[in-house]
Design a protein around this ligand. Structure first.
Ligand SMILES: Cc1cc2nc3c(=O)[nH]c(=O)nc-3n(C[C@H](O)[C@H](O)[C@H](O)COP(=O)(O)OP(=O)(O)OC[C@H]3O[C@@H](n4cnc5c(N)ncnc54)[C@H](O)[C@@H]3O)c2cc1C
Length: 453
């Protein structure tokens, strides 16, 4: 791979996908292939479906849930239907070019969604200007990010074998720097940075530097893009409640079974998250290395808890607070949505997410608002309702997004991305922008492009 960056790496995978799927399987017939069954109506499936449909293909999307959008899920609490929060994907990054272009084409506004973080440690609150990392930690991280583009393949693989915490410790982070960094970065990866490949972490921060991919959200909710895609593909082409259980390939035709229904097509794009992929029966079976890779890839535990308050006691529109409490990270979800009431979302990861997930709504709201009393003693009294979603308990993803543990970025991802005959794979977990809407779209479009070649 030489000096390639993370983005170019997926480009190479995409090219490999095309040549394996079409080159070695001429029966796909290139120009004759006109029908595709797509598994999943998240952004990967919708982006693939839209591209193929625009090119004149017959597209059928099979979606197990009773709604479209997968992990993009805008929501309003019944107590105030005017206010919108996101129980799935939240931020659109400045570097997310495809997402921004689609929003532009479909006339969806992007509104500012940036924050200035307060820090709460042991009940002491520091304003955004009152805390920082040590000068040596800042300098060492800047240097590592600046050197990212020059890393050799060997160095990238060495980094991939380490976890992010160990790497930061190696370059001089103090114990308190590490604790704060863990609180902050674990909201990006969904688990402690002791669990995350140092290469995957560095790549994410270096590729988005100097921004952090937390720039905008879609006006009216991120589900607007879901609906625009679905309307253009045609709702009649999207089957809800269609959980795929089998994919067979024989004599150049792919047969996909969902419940009692059977769908036949020239090709299939499977965007099922790995927990779901593992439950699908393939005939012929997936190669042993690919099946083993699917067994090993894990997903992060994240719970989002959007609490409606009668007053916006946090005052600043761009309020957010990283904390060492169970509630972990608070941010103002209704920035740019004027109202007396407002929503603060508590975003917790890992074991904290499991603790909150086991509580009733009432107890969870009590815990989350109690964690805020050092910031404002009135927080519990002002809370009016809560909407929570624990992604680790979601039947179809068993987590929020894939987490590449040490050694897995280069060890698993390329294997999982390999096409299986006429079945191509797409989804967030295979993307350069892994863990992002942009990545889902990128891989969906790349699969469709491979079929169109
Ligand atoms: C809590 C959380 C926070 C996030 N924050 C951000 C953020 O701030 N910014 C950002 O860009 N991204 C964020 N993401 C990530 C983003 O949501 C995902 O990367 C993206 O939406 C994934 O799209 P996908 O199409 O790959 O998968 P999905 O959206 O999961 O779509 C896959 C679809 O396949 C369906 N399916 C599964 N199995 C079957 C089956 N057997 N048969 C039929 N259908 C099946 C599922 O129901 C699902 O609808 C966040 C995600 C979560 C959960």
């Amino acid at each position: 791979m030489g000096q390639i960056n993370r983005r170019e790496f997926l480009g190479i995978l995409g090219a490999a996908t095309a040549s394996v799927a079409l080159g070695s399987q001429p029966v796909l017939g290139q120009k004759e292939a006109k029908s595709c069954v797509i598994i999943g109506s998240g952004f990967a499936g919708l982006a693939a479906g839209f591209k193929l449909k625009t090119a004149g293909w017959d597209v059928t999307i099979l979606e197990a849930r009773s709604r479209v959008g997968g992990r993009v899920f805008s929501y309003s609490l019944p107590q105030n239907p005017k206010l919108i929060c996101e129980l799935g994907a939240e931020w659109v990054g400045e570097s997310h070019e495809r997402l921004k272009a689609l929003c532009h084409d479909f006339k969806i506004g992007l509104q500012k969604h940036q924050f200035d973080d307060y820090l709460m440690q042991n009940g002491t609150i520091s304003r955004p200007s009152e805390w920082s990392f040590s000068p040596q930690a800042k300098a060492a991280l800047d240097q590592m990010i600046a050197g990212y583009g020059k890393l050799s393949t060997l160095e990238k693989n060495q980094l991939d074998r380490l976890d992010w915490w160990t790497q930061l410790e190696k370059i001089g982070f103090t114990p308190n720097d590490l604790r704060i960094r863990d609180l902050m970065d674990s909201t990006d990866f969904g688990e402690s940075i002791r669990e995350v490949s140092a290469f995957a972490a560095l790549a994410e921060y270096a590729e988005s530097s100097p921004k952090n991919e937390m720039d905008y959200k879609m006006t009216g909710g991120n589900s607007r893009l879901v609906n625009e895609f679905a309307d253009r593909i045609g709702r009649e082409n999207i089957r809800l409640g269609a959980k795929v259980s089998e994919i067979r390939q024989s004599k150049g035709i792919v047969t996909v079974k969902a419940g009692d229904d059977v769908f036949r097509a020239d090709a299939c794009i499977c965007t099922a998250p790995v927990a779901s992929l593992r439950k699908i029966k393939f005939d012929p079976p997936l190669p042993p290395a690919q099946a083993a890779a699917a067994e090993r890839l894990g997903y992060a535990r994240i719970i989002k808890n959007s609490v409606l308050y009668d007053e916006r006691f946090w005052n600043a529109e761009n309020f957010s607070m990283v904390s060492d409490t169970t509630s972990h990270y608070y941010f103002h979800s209704t920035q740019g949505q004027p109202d007396k009431q407002g929503i603060l979302t508590a975003y917790a990861i890992g074991d904290k997410a499991d603790v909150l997930a086991s509580q009733s709504d009432e107890r969870r709201m009590a815990l989350i608002t109690r964690d805020l009393v050092d910031f404002d003693v009135n927080a519990p009294k002002l809370a009016r309702g809560i909407a929570s979603y624990a992604w680790q308990r979601d039947e179809y993803t068993e987590g929020a997004y894939a987490i590449y543990r040490p050694g897995q970025w280069f060890g698993l991802r390329p294997i999982l991305a390999r096409p299986h005959g006429k079945v191509l794979f797409a989804g967030e977990h295979l993307a350069d922008w892994q863990g992002f809407m942009e990545g889902a779209i990128e891989t969906g479009e790349a699969s469709a492009a491979a079929l169109l070649k």
